[in-house]
Design a protein around this ligand. Structure first.
Ligand SMILES: [Zn+2]
Length: 263
C-alpha cells in the first residue's frame, strides 16, 4: 500500500509540474504575411566534417525553428530557403568579423547581393562555417551585420541561432541581463549603435526561468519578447522596452502591406 501511495504521489507531482509549465501564446490569423528568402553560402571545408545531407538537414531545422518562432509569436512573416551554394573555403578566422566575411564572399563570387527580390521582399544571406570555436575560440554561434542583411552562422550551433541572427538584422536586441554582462553598459548608447537606431522596445526578455529567442538563457523558447506571451503566467515582455514581436511586425510592414485579421 505504501508503494501505491508513493506512486500516486509521484504521478500527482508530475501532473502538477507539467500543468504548471505553460506557455501561453497570442491567437491571431494572418490576412497576409511577408515571405522572406534566406540564401546560404557555405564554406566548402564544411564537407571535411559533415555530409551534404547533414548540412541540408541542419538548414531545414534552422528554417523550421524560425517559422515556429514567428508563428508562435504571431508575426506575419515566413522564411524559406531559396538558394544554397558551396563556395571556396572562406578563412574561418573571419567568422567573427561579418564585414570582412561579406567582403571575401563578394570578391569570391564577383556578383552583387540585392537586399530585396523582385517582389520587394527581403533576402537574408547566411555565410556558413563549420565551427564557431575555430575563429579565435568564438564564444558566439553567429554574428549579424549592422549595415546589411548578411550574417555568419556555424553549423555546430543550436537550431535557434538562425532566427536569433535574422532577429538582429530586423531590429531585435538581447535581453537586459545579456546586455548588462558588459561593464558600464549604456542602454541609450546601445540603441544608437546600429542604423537605424534600435527601437525603445527592442529588448529580449526572461520570464520565469525561460528566455525569449533573443536572450542567452540556456532555457529559451521559440518566441520573441511580448507582453502578450506568458510563461507560467509571467509576461514575456514589457510594452515600453521589451516587445520584439512589435519590432518584427513593424519590420514586416516596411516591406509588405501585411495585416493581421485581429489588428
Ligand atoms: Zn545576439
Amino acid at each position: 500500500m505504501k508503494v501505491k501511495i508513493a506512486l500516486l504521489f509521484l504521478v500527482l507531482m508530475c501532473a502538477l509540474k507539467s500543468y504548471g509549465s505553460v506557455l501561453t501564446l497570442p491567437t491571431c490569423q494572418f490576412a497576409r504575411s511577408l515571405d522572406t528568402e534566406v540564401h546560404f553560402y557555405i564554406s566548402k571545408d564544411i564537407l571535411d566534417e559533415y555530409s551534404p545531407q547533414f548540412v541540408k538537414a541542419k538548414i531545414d531545422a534552422w528554417i523550421a525553428y524560425s517559422n515556429l518562432t514567428l508563428k508562435n509569436s504571431c508575426i506575419p512573416t515566413t522564411r524559406r530557403v531559396t538558394h544554397v551554394e558551396y563556395v571556396s573555403q572562406i578563412d574561418s578566422s573571419w567568422f567573427q568579423d561579418i564585414a570582412v566575411a561579406e567582403r571575401l564572399l563578394i570578391n569570391e563570387l564577383n556578383r552583387t547581393f540585392p537586399e530585396v527580390n523582385k517582389q520587394g521582399e527581403p533576402i537574408f544571406n547566411a555565410i556558413v562555417f563549420a565551427n564557431a570555436f575555430d575563429s579565435y575560440k568564438s564564444l558566439y554561434c553567429g554574428y549579424a551585420s549592422s549595415s546589411s542583411f548578411f550574417f555568419t552562422i556555424a553549423i555546430n550551433c543550436p537550431d535557434s541561432i538562425l532566427e536569433h541572427e535574422i532577429g538582429h538584422l530586423s531590429g531585435a536586441s538581447h535581453d537586459i541581463k545579456t546586455l548588462s554582462y558588459y561593464e558600464e553598459f549604456d542602454l541609450d548608447a546601445h540603441r544608437l549603435s546600429t542604423y537605424p537606431p534600435l527601437k525603445n522596445y527592442s529588448l529580449g526578455y526572461i520570464c520565469g526561468e525561460r528566455g525569449t529567442i533573443m536572450s542567452y538563457e540556456d532555457n529559451h523558447m521559440p518566441v520573441y519578447s511580448s507582453p502578450d506571451i506568458k510563461w507560467n503566467g509571467k509576461e514575456c515582455g514589457e510594452s515600453d522596452r521589451a516587445d520584439n514581436r512589435r519590432v518584427m511586425v513593424e519590420f514586416a510592414r516596411q516591406y509588405s502591406k501585411v495585416s493581421l485579421i485581429n489588428d
